[in-house]
Write a protein that binds this ligand. Structure first.
Ligand code: IFM
Length: 473
């Protein structure tokens, strides 16, 4: 039987495969000024005119800050054993620096308690784009000092939560927040230009490695990773100039962020503009940028088709829009192209320094509606299944991929797109905060039900939110 004809089951991924769902603090928490929280760059960006579609902001978002107990119960109801969420730096350190806000520490401890009560394992991202605003006033990621500010924050988190959380991710998708926030100006803090971008990229790269080292020093049994956005790139034609353009885009989106972390330096041959980074690279930086993460999280949603263009500075390439190509798309206008995730898994696995891969995000947005108490979202279910088949194909071919986390739990604040794209397994009515499990959520619950049973049969949970073998097992 061909791989794609077989029924899809969670068991075919193996008993150790980690199944989960991912979120991020700014996108779900709301409670923008509760309990001493400081401003983050996204609080400021969303308060400025015309930054986010229809002026949406995230002051309330999904109100996860207050609704976490019920939302965590929903995770349990969906049979999802692992929950990835991020910590808001500006809650913990309202100015970005010491002192620490004890209310925020207490809050995240309560969130962890709620997860522990439901037997759900936490996976924490340290930085999912919400830099404290006061640090941005000093240059944010364009200021080299941001590496040590970030280090102080990582240390605080490791000291407060390292005894009860094992799974960590340092950064989320550096290419997206540096590209959107420091080059194109479409994400917070809204800066533009090559200088801002190159500085931010280099400092974020160094901070990623520094954060990994701090976690490893302070959390002896830590399982430490970091995540990268990646996109499968294909040339529009087989003309040499389109092939070269595709290579440049691939270098920018897929190679420039992971390779320095693997100790390979920045890939400047295929994308000469990266040579301009040299100004910001100090002696010892190439070594300092490298860290041997226990796992790499990849987040691949789509493919891009690329052609040569004289009009795009630095990369000399333009994307051929999915709509123009007549292919199926999601509400983000991203092509639905399941083989992309397979190709990217193969690519990342081929790096010698990548020990293990987890798909830390994958999912799709569609215009879901509640009708008679139900959300019928067959396209999301089809998207998830088709991508999972590609993950399984890669795994069966020997790629060391050991986990899959759906983006995302509930519909939430989708950055510059506001609340329009709905990515959740659970629908949220943003006026009433009422949650409705979508049919895709019910499908995921059904898909995971045997895994859950297997866990319950063989594992119990230690007092610190980590799974431990059952006594006498
Ligand atoms: O919502 C984002 C998330 O914050 C980072 N990865 C991609 C998701 C969908 O755009």
């Amino acid at each position: 039987m061909e791989e794609f004809d077989k029924p899809l089951s969670a068991a075919s991924f193996g008993g150790d495969f980690e199944w989960g769902v991912s979120t991020a603090a700014f996108q779900i928490e709301g409670a923008h000024d509760a309990d001493g929280k400081g401003l983050s760059i996204w609080d400021v960006f969303t308060s400025q005119k015309s930054r986010v579609k229809d002026g949406h902001h995230a002051q309330q978002a999904c109100d996860f800050y207050n609704c976490y107990t019920d939302d965590i119960k929903l995770i349990k109801e969906l049979n999802i054993p692992n929950f990835r969420f991020s910590i808001s730096w500006s809650r913990i350190m309202p100015t970005g620096h010491h002192p620490v806000n004890q209310s925020a520490i207490d809050h995240y401890n309560r969130v962890l308690d709620a997860m522990e009560a439901q037997g759900i394992t936490p996976w924490i991202t340290l930085y999912h784009w919400d830099l404290p605003h006061e640090l941005e006033l000093k240059g944010g990621w364009t200021n080299r000092e941001c590496i040590s500010w970030f280090g102080d924050y990582v240390e605080v988190i490791a000291k407060h939560f390292g005894h009860r959380v094992k799974n960590w991710m340092v950064m989320n998708e550096p290419s997206v927040f540096t590209g959107g926030g420091y080059f194109l100006g479409i994400h917070a803090p809204g800066k533009r230009g090559l200088t801002n971008f190159l500085r931010a990229v280099h400092h974020v790269t160094l901070a990623t490695a520094a954060g990994g080292k701090i976690l490893r020093d302070l959390i002896s049994d830590g399982h430490i990773g970091t995540t990268f956005s990646c996109t499968y790139i294909e040339p529009a034609t087989q003309k040499l100039k389109d092939i070269a353009a595709a290579k440049r885009v691939d270098t920018l989106l897929n190679r420039a962020f992971i390779e320095p972390i693997l100790g390979l330096g920045y890939p400047e041959t295929e994308l000469p503009v990266i040579k301009k980074m040299a100004k910001y690279i100090l002696p010892g930086d190439v070594e300092a940028a490298a860290f041997d993460f226990d796992f790499i999280g990849i987040q691949c949603y789509t493919r891009e088709v690329v052609k040569h263009s004289f009009f795009t500075p630095y990369v000399g390439a333009a994307l051929v829009k999915a709509e123009k190509r007549g292919v199926p798309t999601t509400e983000m206008h991203w092509e639905v192209h399941p083989p992309s995730i397979y190709h990217m898994l193969k690519r990342f696995d081929a790096y010698k320094g990548v020990k293990k891969i987890l798909v830390t995000e994958n999912g799709s947005a569609f215009p879901d509606e509640v009708v008679n108490g139900q959300v019928k979202d067959p396209k999301r279910e089809a998207y998830l299944k088709s991508h999972l088949r590609q993950v399984l194909k890669a795994k069966n071919e020997g790629v060391n991929v050991q986990g899959y986390f759906v983006w995302t739990l509930t519909d939430n604040f989708e950055w510059a797109e506001g609340y329009h794209p709905r990515f959740g397994l659970i629908h949220v009515d943003f006026d009433t905060q009422v949650r409705t499990i979508k049919n895709s959520g019910k499908w995921y619950a059904d898909f995971l039900k045997d895994i859950k049973k297997e866990d319950e049969d063989t594992l119990c949970y230690s007092g610190h939110g980590q799974r431990a073998p059952e006594q006498g097992a």
